[in-house]
Design a protein around this ligand. Structure first.
Ligand code: IMP
Length: 429
């Protein structure tokens, strides 16, 4: 059995947890490869219980799945321990968790800097989740980060933290007029976390190689999404890691040749939280309707999501960039009841029609969507389980997504419940 990558094909919150649900129990390992507790996924178990996870891989709720936090993830130990405790309180055994010794830790100075830098940017702010994600990745690249393995060596932890705080405290105090952090207190706090996290810290890449060699299936679970990728997204309005399929290799140590499928998840419309260009955004009652019916409020921050129509330029870009073999289209039911459903098939930029993602950020800011209007449908879709159960217009909408994006749609979500799907093709090879 191979490695399978799961990626968001838009700006996040596409419903990736739903796909992990579909595959749960059929894969031996679920590994997260990027981001941190900026993510938020809701998983609904067969007995109807709802769990909101931020850092834990969503396989946490499948009792026989090993759950792995890969080296590409940034870990806030307090958040992780709170999630472990929250799951344990509800009877979920998390002894199957492994954390890469190479994963970087989110430290108090990262959270402090994330918030203060955003304030400083004013109207140019990114709209981050304020969880310290960007500063933690910044320190990783600057080679002054602190890793999970440093929790195993108190002397090293103290030495690294004292060194880094010497500089960060200068910045906090002298540039941003904040209080300095006390290195001793932070070390004590993190050593307490170390006591509890020690059993989970492991050489995860070897564990994953061995699993693949034994023929077990490994699901590489993306957080955030294609358009939030640091290199390929709408920079600078992006996250600070690589949520795209290539990032799955870097963030786990699994080689590209082990990957046999890339599953991309997209909503039947589009949402985005935070700042940045979003060509099909709706500012009228139709946008408010999508937000209301789709319940479009952030799992992590509770912020209202910006809503708009499906953008096939983004879909095509995501398919080519990630090598998506199967698309999962979620929330098709939210579009029921519309007379016409517009799909953005290209952009008009400064008087020119373009079908590809423009090269410059300025051009994307100027992009006006070119819409094709498809017939809507009135029926409630939630009971549909096969393609034949869908109204003809809804089927046509899905087929048009296939044609425009350039890959097959394997699953269509028709409601929030874990079985509320139309499965057209099996997601596992
Ligand atoms: P950061 O990842 O907290 O630095 O935030 C950077 C940008 O990514 C902001 O626009 C966030 O709203 C967005 N973002 C980060 N994580 C998610 C997510 O899981 N879903 C949707 N947007 C996200």
């Amino acid at each position: 059995m191979p490695a399978i990558v799961l990626v968001g094909a838009q700006w996040g919150d596409e419903g990736k947890g739903k796909v992990t649900d579909l595959l749960a129990g059929r894969v031996g390992y679920v590994v997260r490869y990027s981001g941190g507790n900026n993510a938020g996924h809701t998983v609904i178990t067969p007995d109807g219980q709802k769990y909101a996870l931020h850092l834990m891989p969503s396989g946490a709720l499948s009792p026989n799945t090993v759950i792995v936090i890969g080296n590409g993830v940034v870990v806030d130990p307090k958040v992780l321990l709170d999630e472990i405790d929250g799951l344990a309180e509800r009877g979920v055994d998390v002894s199957r968790l492994l954390i890469s010794g190479d994963a970087h830790l989110i430290m108090p100075h990262h959270r402090a800097l994330d918030r203060v830098v955003e304030r400083y940017l004013g109207s140019a702010r990114i709209g981050t989740t304020g969880r310290g994600i960007g500063p933690a990745y910044g320190d990783k690249v600057a080679r002054i980060g602190i890793r999970a393995q440093d929790l195993l060596d108190p002397g090293i932890l103290r030495q690294k933290l004292e060194l880094v705080l010497r500089e960060k405290n200068q910045v906090l105090v002298k540039v941003y007029n904040r209080k300095a952090l006390d290195a001793g207190a932070v070390v004590q706090e993190y050593l307490a976390y170390a006591q509890r996290l020690r059993p989970y810290i492991a050489d995860t890449r070897t564990v994953l190689w061995r699993a693949l060699e034994r023929g077990e299936a490994v699901l590489m679970e993306g957080a955030q999404a294609t358009m939030l990728d640091l290199d390929h997204g709408t920079y600078p309005f992006v996250t600070s890691s690589n949520p795209t399929a290539a990032g799955a290799c870097v963030g786990t140590g699994i080689p590209p040749t082990a990957i046999s499928r890339v599953i991309g998840v997209t909503k039947a419309y589009t949402t985005r939280v935070g700042s940045g260009p979003f060509p099909t955004e709706l500012f009228d009652e139709l946008g408010a309707r999508l937000r209301r019916i789709g319940d479009e409020y952030g799992t992590t921050t509770g912020r209202e999501r910006r809503c708009g129509w499906f953008d096939a330029v983004v879909a095509r870009y995501a398919v080519r960039l990630n090598g998506i073999t199967d698309l999962v289209v979620t929330k098709l039911d939210v579009l029921s009841g519309l007379d016409k459903v517009p799909i953005c098939v290209g952009y008009e930029i400064d008087g020119r029609r373009v079908d590809e993602m423009p090269m410059t950020q300025t051009a994307l800011h100027h992009a006006r969507p070119v819409y094709e209007e498809l017939d809507g449908w009135l029926a409630d879709l939630s009971k549909a389980r096969t393609e034949a159960d869908l109204p003809a217009a809804a089927r046509r909408y899905v087929e048009r997504i296939e044609e425009l994006s350039g890959t097959r749609v394997s699953v269509v979500g028709v409601g929030p419940g874990r079985d509320e799907n139309v499965v057209r093709h099996d997601l596992l090879p």
